[in-house]
Design a protein around this ligand. Structure first.
Ligand code: AMP
Ligand code: MN
Ligand code: MN
Length: 330
């Protein structure tokens, strides 16, 4: 931590990036640290390769996050937030990193420890928790915008203080953030309060797609590009739907298979999929995701793969045979 503080104090220009298809933690952490560095008079560029989901566009200064990047741009330091793997920031951002001191700040168990310096705390409930501690060491106060960003990161990564990563620090920091101007009702209204009609229709299709493994321990939802088209929704509208599959009685692991837009030529019968995995705590889904080249946390993980949908489902169903009531899959 101290080495990183010194590097931040000593350097002038900073590139900050977080993972593709950002969640509240990826966006909140980016904004909180970006605003803190800006308040210190640093030159900052905030970047995310994906567009910002509508539910997070209320965050103060969210317009500072750019989706385009000049790969020739030069920065003293690149701060990569909430990424278990540097590939998750996209190619242009990786190119920028090659010319900077790279600092990796994250809380995923599968973190590859990329970069020159790291703060990886797998016990942190969110990257926003680590960012909060970091800001405490910087000569800058927490204003309402920073407080709202940190609060949103912790709220969303803990599933509104319900997931197994919810700890005392999550509540302690959020209490402080509220005293510094974060408004829990406003944040909740934006993040969870309003759904487009299309999103409700998408939920209907998702529930309809539910399949349960013969032993009842795995639930699988499938979302196709056609479903998104038919309901006029976007990938960001899928966020949170997997929790319905996870809540089913006796289910140990929920999988949501999301067909990604076709890019380039694919072998006949195959598509590109993102698979989200959630566990009730008994099965380590980060381990399963890592097996497929992805990663995450023991209770929430994901991976992307090219596959035939039926074969992918069968593979997951076969894996579920090993889910026991008490043991982790190894
Ligand atoms: P998701 O599958 O997008 O719902 O993400 C669940 C968790 O797994 C999050 O913490 C993600 O950051 C992580 N995750 C998802 N996909 C990947 C991937 N391809 N590589 C590494 N981590 C991932
Ligand atoms: Mn994240
Ligand atoms: Mn996170």
């Amino acid at each position: 931590m101290q080495t990183i503080i010194n590097q931040i104090k000593r350097n002038r220009s900073f590139f900050l990036a977080s993972h593709t298809h950002p969640d509240g933690d990826a966006i909140g952490s980016l904004l909180a640290l970006g605003l803190a560095l800006k308040a210190m008079g640093k030159d900052v560029q905030l970047f995310n390769p994906s567009h910002i989901p509508a539910v997070y566009r209320f965050l103060p200064s969210v317009h500072m996050i750019e989706q385009r990047l000049d790969p020739d741009a030069q920065f003293d330091v690149a701060l990569i937030l909430d990424c278990g793997d540097i590939d998750r920031i996209g190619g242009d951002a990786k190119t920028v990193c090659q010319k900077s001191l790279v600092i990796n700040i994250d809380h995923h168990v599968t973190n590859t420890r990329f970069g020159d310096l790291q703060i990886i705390d797998v016990n942190a409930c969110a990257t926003a928790e680590i960012i909060y501690h970091l800001i405490q060491h910087l000569p800058v106060g927490i204003d309402c915008a920073i407080a709202t960003a940190i609060y949103t990161g912790i709220l969303t990564d803990t599933g509104s203080f319900r997931f197994s990563n919810t700890n005392r620090t999550a509540f302690a920091i959020c209490e402080r953030m509220i005293s510094m101007g974060a408004d829990p009702y406003q944040v909740a209204q934006h993040v969870y309060g309003t759904y487009s009609l299309g999103r409700i229709k998408l939920l209907n299709l998702a529930l309809d797609s539910l399949e349960i493994s013969p032993n009842g321990k795995l639930s699988v939802m499938t979302m196709s590009q056609r479903m998104l088209r038919e309901t006029g929704t976007q990938a960001e509208d899928i966020d949170g739907i997997i929790n319905y599959a996870r809540r089913i009685e006796d289910v140990k692991v929920a999988a949501l298979i999301h067909e990604l837009p076709a890019n380039g030529s694919m072998p006949k019968g195959e598509s590109q999929f993102h698979v989200s995995l959630r566990s009730d705590g008994g099965v380590d889904v980060a381990h399963i995701a890592a097996h497929y080249g992805g990663g995450g946390h023991s209770g929430a993980a994901g991976f992307s793969t090219k596959a035939n949908l039926n074969e992918l489902k069968k593979e997951l169903m076969d894996l579920s045979e090993a889910f026991s009531d008490t043991c982790e899959v190894t």
